[in-house]
Design a protein around this ligand. Structure first.
Ligand code: NDP
Length: 341
């Protein structure tokens, strides 16, 4: 019998790649959406890209509400909990995203474990690992690093991701089923916008091309291609030794200035930025533009993922960050979402 996998937020960038991979491997996929018409657009995009969607079913469920989750998990052998609020402009209230992220994750995991799912793979983030004081100019991120959500400089998105991931680990611990949970902590996810639904991360590439980032802050995060991120989600579902682990999805790290340089080299006739903004000026800018607050704690630190254990465990070798950057840009240009002439 075909195994069914629940994929939450199947309309999203990472989730649609995970769904495509699962369908390609012969699983049936039940995808949750908040809005069926958005879900249907992604199904059409999957089909247009050669994915057989005959085993893909859509179901409506919102992380902020109880309704729908019990039927969503019914008869699912595995659950991929990927949905979480990831707004382009995060709210200034640092706790504002927590109800959907944490209570939503709890709704999913409680129902999934209660219904007998063998493994829940939940997408967390490296932002649930790096948000701590005293990082210096180089942080080698380890599996047991945790952000401190009560540390005041952290803003709404990392606070929500950290509180949600903490809550699910506490829950599986309390139920003595830690090996039924794996969290995936991706760095910055680039790669192709194959299904025309990329959100906050590819917005950075668009902003570099459009001139919305005329001078660059000194920020550096590990990068991962969405295709490798999706492979990792699928592998984590069935690898026995992945239970109870936090798997970083991360290739090499690039400064933002290096991302712009890679793009400039490929697209020399564009007006990609060339200059970095000193940290002190970024901090000054945050007085007038609150959206800058989210990067303030990360300024000047080269965040590098110590993720060799993930490749050893899963066999997924993430492609170089440069390839993820270029394939993102290429797909956005091809779809007309970036104009280069
Ligand atoms: P998207 O914005 O493309 O996807 C987010 C998904 O979550 C969407 O399907 C969205 O649904 C859904 N969602 C948001 N709020 C709710 C809610 N209240 N109820 C139900 N569904 C909801 O982002 P990504 O694909 O990039 O991100 C997916 C996951 O990966 C998130 O958990 C994010 O935190 C994490 N992540 C992403 C990284 C990146 O660089 N892209 C890096 C690290 C982690 P709808 O379509 O209806 O809005």
């Amino acid at each position: 019998m075909t195994d069914t996998v629940l994929v939450t937020g199947v309309s999203g960038f990472i989730a649609s790649h995970v769904a495509a991979r699962l369908l390609g491997e012969g699983y049936a996929v039940r995808g949750t959406v908040r809005n069926k018409s958005k879900g249907e657009r992604v199904v059409a995009a999957l089909t247009a890209n050669g994915v057989d969607t005959s085993n893909l079913e859509l179901i409506e469920a919102d992380l902020s509400k109880d309704v729908g989750w019990k039927s969503a998990v019914k008869d699912c052998r595995y659950v991929q909990h990927i949905a979480s609020p990831f707004p382009l402009d995060p709210p200034s209230d640092r706790e504002a995203l927590v109800p959907a992220a944490r209570a939503g994750a709890m709704r999913v995991i409680e129902q999934a474990i209660g219904a007998g799912a063998e493994r829940v793979v939940m997408t967390s983030s490296i932002v649930s690992m790096i948000g701590q004081a005293g990082r210096g100019d180089h942080m080698l991120i380890k599996e047991d690093d945790w952000s401190d959500p009560d540390w005041r400089p952290l803003t709404a998105y990392p606070v929500s991701k950290t509180r949600a991931e903490r809550a699910v680990w506490d829950y599986v611990d309390s139920q003595n089923v830690k090996n039924k949970l794996t969290t995936i902590c991706p760095g910055l996810v680039f790669g192709p916008d194959t299904y025309n639904n990329s959100g906050a991360s590819l917005a950075i590439i668009k902003a570099l091309f459009s001139g919305r980032i005329p001078v660059m802050p000194r920020i550096a995060y590990p990068i991962v291609d969405v295709r490798d991120c999706a492979s990792l989600h699928v592998k984590a579902m069935t690898k026995p030794n992945a239970g109870g682990r936090r798997l970083m999805a991360a290739s090499n790290t690039l400064w933002m200035s290096e991302i712009a340089a890679i793009l400039r080299n490929e697209y020399p006739k564009t007006k990609l930025p060339t200059r970095e903004l000193p940290d002190v000026l970024v901090k000054f800018a945050s007085l007038f533009d609150p959206s800058v607050n989210s990067i303030k704690p990360d300024l000047g630190t080269f965040h590098e993922a110590d993720a060799g254990y993930v490749t050893a465990m899963t066999g997924v070798i993430p492609r170089p960050a440069k390839e993820a950057v270029l394939s993102a840009a290429e797909s956005l240009i091809k779809a007309g979402r970036i104009q280069i002439s």
